[in-house]
Design a binder for this molecule. Sequence first.
Ligand code: 5GP
Length: 186
Amino acid sequence: MDLYTPDEFYIKDYRFVPYLTRDEIAERVTAMGQQLSTRFEDKTPIFVGILNGAFMFMSDLIREVKVPLEIDFWKLSSYGDEKVSTGDVSEIKAIDANIADRHLILVEDIVDTGLSMQYMRRQLQSHAPASVTTITLLHKKEATRYEVKLDYVGFEIENRFVIGYGLDFAQQGRNLPHIYIRDENQ
Ligand code: 5GP
């Protein structure tokens, strides 16, 4: 297969280099899918993908979960084209499903400060789901300053900006199969 995997990638003069390969990601996604399959057998969970960044992870993850399930998507405000969180979160697209008494699995691409995850958990409380489980492909532990409970983490990564595999910078880079990291020595 001929993949789009350049050795370097430029967006707005920022240089990005490969960080986690497609194979490394696939291996973790398979392992996490197996764990979820065991845990949610007979529960028909609803996987809620957080748009836009988690769409690729969500799509690969649910194919590794071998129990009946439903999916939905939730979209919160993004940082726009900035790389730094402003501290505000608002809702752009709500969850469509009736989530009362259902087992929810929130699927995030990356947890940075933890603000979005904290906001989402709080929002869900009033809808009385049976349970809320959180899964994120990436976690920047050093950057996390809001208290969040992450049940499944694909990779703990350093506190640097990453793109690829669904994650963007200024809306670009989402189609890269590997995850790339900003080269701070350029
Ligand atoms: P938090 O609310 O935890 O600070 O940030 C979560 C959101 O910020 C993620 O869903 C993602 O959209 C964005 N984000 C945080 N760090 C990065 C990063 O390194 N790369 C990209 N592309 N987005 C990030």
